[in-house]
Each structure stands twice: as C-alpha cells, then as structure tokens.
Design a protein around this ligand. Structure first.
Ligand code: ADP
Ligand code: GLC
Length: 514
C-alpha cells in the first residue's frame, strides 16, 4: 500500500492495509522485561484490527518454549551470515493471542536458550553479590538477530512496506536493509521505522564487532555508526532509519538536549526532521479493572467506590499489612534502576510513614536498591510490603489496591504504569518528564475546578518535591473526598487505548512508504 486513500477520513478507519514487519527482542506473553514487550505485544494487534497486515519477529528464548505457547515449525532454515561464518537457524511460528498476527521466532540455542530462571535473563545474568551483568556476547547475539530479521522477510508471506525496529537490539536492522538488502528483489520498496524506547540503553560495543556485522568498514565513522571509537547499535538505527520516533512528544524534545540525550542529543537535533514522538497505548484487554482476573473484585468508574476497597484489602492481606480501608496505600511497580526515582522514594519514605501511609513495592533490579528496600521493610514490617522479583499478578493487584501510584522518574520515555494506574482509579504521583508529562494532568486547584485533573505532578527532582506532592494528594484523599473521587473518575475514563496510537503509527508508516 503506497499513499492513496488509506483511511476513510469520516470514520477514521483503515480501508486498505499497510504491510508491516515489527522486529523486537521482547513481546509480552512470550518474553518480557519491561514496557517494550507491552508495546510490541499490543501495537501489532491494534494495527491488525485496523486492517493492516502485520507480523512480528523475535528471538526464540527458552522462556517461550517453557511457557508452552503453541509454536509450529515453518520448515524454513535461515542462513545467517555472522563474520566469516554462516549460521543456520530454524524459523518457528506462533501467533499473538486473539489476533491475526504471526510471531516468527528465530531459533539459535547457543544465543537464546539461556534465560532459565537461575538468574540468567534475556540480556543479563546474575553475578555474585546479586549484581547483574550483560552477557559478554550480547553484541554477537543481536548482530545475529538483526541479520536474521532481514533473512526472515522472504518467508512471512508478504513484502513489507515497513520494517519497524525497536531499541538497540534491532538497531542494525535499518542499516542492513539499506546496505546489504536494498538491491535484492523483495526489499526495494521496503522502508524502515526505528523506535527509541529508552535512549539510556544504546548497545555500545568495541569496534571489532564491525567484523561480525559484515557491513562495509566505511560505515564505522563518527557521523554514522561510530560513537567515540565504539560501535553504537542505537545510533546505527537512528542514522539509518527512514523515520525515527520515540514514545512521547516530550521525550522526543528532551533527547535533543544534553540532560536527556545520553550523548546523542546533537545527532538527534540534526536529524529532528525525521524524529517524532508517539505516546504508547494501553492494552485494555490486559489492563482494565472491569475484567482483570487478578483482582479480588472487578470495578468500573461506576462501581469503583464500592469495589476497589476489596482490592485494597486483598493487597493488604497479600503483604501481611493491617487491613484498614482508611489507611492510604502508596504503591510502586518498577524496574529498580536509577531511572525510576527509587532514591527519591527511599528518602521520602519515612515521611510517608509519618503521614500515616502504608507502602507497597514490587520491583527487580540493582542490588543496592534491593538491599535498601529490604532494610526499610524489615524496620517497618507492619507498614511496608515488598516483593523483589518479577510478578505480573502482583503488578495488577498493586495497580488496583493502592490509593496512589508512585512514579517519580528521573526520566521516562513514555511509562505505562502511570497509564495503567489511571484506568485502575489509582491516581499517579509523577515527576513531570517525558511521557509522564504528556499523560497526567496535575491536580492544581484550577484543574480540579475544571474537572480535568487525573493525578499529581511535580518538577524538581528532589525528595522534598515528591513528599510535598504526596502530602497534597493525601490532603485531597482525606479532607476533600469529593475532589479526590473526581480525580479518580476523570482518570478512569481517559482513553489511552492503542487504537489512537496505532493511527499515529499508521500515519508515520504511510509517510515513509508514501
Ligand atoms: P519500563 O519499560 O521503563 O520498565 P514502563 O512503565 O513502560 O517502564 O513498563 C513497565 C512494565 O513492566 C509494566 O507492564 C509493569 O507492570 C511491568 N513491570 C515492571 N517491573 C515489574 C515487576 N517487578 N513485576 C511485574 N511487572 C513489572
Ligand atoms: C522503555 C521506557 C518506558 C516506555 C517503554 C515502552 O522501557 O523506559 O518509559 O514506556 O520503554 O515504550
């Protein structure tokens, strides 16, 4: 599909389809470490609903085999060149649940059969002392995968108009398309879109990795793939893709500045003509308290006041906290990394206890945060609940059972948890940055009177600013219950479904392929 009347503009419905191949290193339901998986699991479904033909390609991790998902053989063996070797790997096929979207799985056990629950994950392994360390062969693993994406193209049953690559793990995909595949039949009209989900993770490796890529050596130059003497996969994707986007308009602006750009701000400023921001959507089939199977009681905007307390009591029981509906619960679900503002929460936490709150944390990440949270919980076992690890069910229970959701991120490209908490009627307390600034309307007096407030926001990255904002939120919660209920209701009726974001991706795909 190229240009033309893609959309029936009266109804905003796609009337003829684009063909899109989405490449990513994680997809929810198959393998997940964070929001990238949620996005890649949901956007293709929304695009398919709009009449587009979409397929996904990802590595075949052992987690997928263990999950017992329906996986079929395709009979295809891909030859994947890697330096002076050619690796043969099987292509398997599964499907996104409840959608006509095939998920192609690239099998190569030496690279991907290692996430095994014993501390070995998708990208990192646990070391002694609880530290996590990147696998030493990550460059090789994702050079291989990126090359395999291009080799998959002839076997997906359509010629893609767009290959949509995501984050550093697939940063080389647009480069391969331009440099090694463009002249081949079946690739000539294909364009590339590259999404930056988090610019702090760039995939930076020694220059010797160039040999593994089989790309021409001249690409290793500062205005192309080189970054201060190293090979940078994220930079490669940014330079080579026909369009680059990130996951909110504010983050798209922020990454053009030294404070947020992680060294790529100058490049992004230069390339701003092809850079845009599209806020992620939410998969309301997974994240809606009206149908969520993880909850003790289901609720809608009309039944929230009646039924949410049962979810709160369930959460208190789960974490062995005193069951008391009048005690406000502050909840947090996050990768425990500096991005998420855990240091602010830890500094402000004694103050939250003084304000009479219970706190509940779910997270996994840096061992120093694990230790500090463990220490804090041990000192206040009847006030603080803590689960260190990854647990989908508890994430849902915290969204529903808390009264406020904490997300004071240092930076946040989009953030999904705050959007989930809107739907769960658990107003988020956020720092105004990136997608948090784009999705939350602060409960100022003005916004409260206008009935537009959906959460609580602050600017300065300080524990005091966080504390004061929580205090203000608790003021409303305790002393102005009608206003708080109004915030809850306004939050719950926001529509951040993928359908709206999918329309923006559709326009971007059209623009590059038009
Ligand atoms: P990020 O991708 O930076 O981690 P997002 O807010 O975009 O942040 O997405 C995080 C996703 O990962 C959400 O779906 C959240 O529920 C989930 N998540 C994060 N940590 C955990 C955890 N420890 N257990 C379960 N789910 C988690
Ligand atoms: C990244 C970001 C997060 C975003 C997610 C999905 O992990 O940290 O803000 O929501 O990607 O795009």
């Amino acid at each position: 599909m190229k240009g033309g009347n893609l959309r029936d503009s009266d109804r905003g419905i796609a009337v003829s389809g684009l063909r899109v191949l989405v490449a990513a290193s994680e997809v929810v339901g198959f393998a997940k470490t964070g929001g990238l998986a949620d996005v890649v699991g949901a956007l293709p479904r929304a695009l398919a609903r709009r009449g587009h033909q979409v397929a996904i390609v990802m590595p075949y991790y052992s987690a997928i085999r263990r999950a017992g998902l329906p996986v079929e053989k395709t009979g295809v063996v891909l030859p994947v060149p890697l330096g002076d070797r050619v690796l043969a790997c099987r292509l398997l096929r599964s499907r996104l649940p409840h959608a006509n979207v095939p998920v192609y799985l690239v099998e190569h056990p030496p690279y991907f059969e290692r996430d095994d629950g014993s501390g070995r994950g998708l990208y990192q392994q646990a070391m002694s002392g609880g530290y996590k360390s990147d696998y030493p062969d990550n460059a090789e693993r994702f050079v291989f995968f990126s090359r395999a994406v291009l080799e998959t193209v002839p076997h997906i049953g359509f010629t893609p108009d767009v290959i949509h690559a995501n984050d550093w793990q697939t940063g080389l995909v647009p480069v391969y398309l331009n440099e090694l595949y463009r002249s081949r039949a079946g690739y000539q009209r294909t364009r590339s879109v590259f999404t930056i989900h988090n610019i702090a993770y760039q995939g930076i490796f020694g220059r010797e990795v160039m040999r593994l890529t089989n790309l021409p050596g001249w690409l290793f130059s500062p205005h192309l793939l080189e970054f201060h003497g190293y090979l940078n996969f994220l930079k490669a994707g940014i330079v080579a893709a026909d369009a680059v986007n990130t996951v909110s308009p504010t983050y798209a602006r922020e990454i053009q500045t030294p404070e947020f750009g992680c060294g790529l701000e100058g490049l992004l400023w230069q390339l701003r003509g092809k850079l845009s921001g599209i806020v992620n959507g939410v998969d309301y089939d997974q994240w809606d308290p009206g149908i969520d199977p993880h909850l003790a009681a289901k609720y809608t905007p009309d039944t929230v006041a009646k039924n949410k307390p049962a979810c709160k009591a369930d959460l208190q029981r789960k974490f062995s906290l005193p069951e008391d509906t009048t005690t406000p619960i502050l909840g947090m679900v996050a990768r425990l990394v500096s991005q998420k503002g855990i240091d602010l929460v830890l500094s402000a936490a004694p103050g939250f206890l003084d304000l009479g709150c219970q706190l509940v944390f779910l997270g996994d990440g840096d061992p120093e945060y694990h230790d500090e949270l463990k220490g804090f919980q041990a000192r206040h076992p009847d006030r603080v609940g803590l689960y260190l690890g990854f647990n989908e069910g508890i994430a849902h229970k915290i969204e529903a059972g808390s009264d406020l959701f904490l997300m004071p991120s240092r930076y946040e490209p989009c953030g999904l948890n705050q959007i989930y908490s809107l739907r769960y009627g658990t107003p988020p307390v956020v720092r105004s940055t990136g997608g948090l600034a784009d999705t939350i309307v602060n409960a100022t007096e003005e916004n409260l009177s206008a009935g537009t407030a959906t959460g609580f926001a602050f600017d300065a990255y300080t524990a005091n600013a966080l504390y004061e904002t929580v205090k203000w939120a608790l003021n409303l919660y305790r002393d102005r219950p009608d206003d708080f209920a109004q915030v809850v209701r306004t939050a719950m009726v926001q529509d951040w479904s993928w359908d709206r974001s999918a329309i923006e991706y559709e326009a971007l795909y059209q623009k590059v392929s038009g």
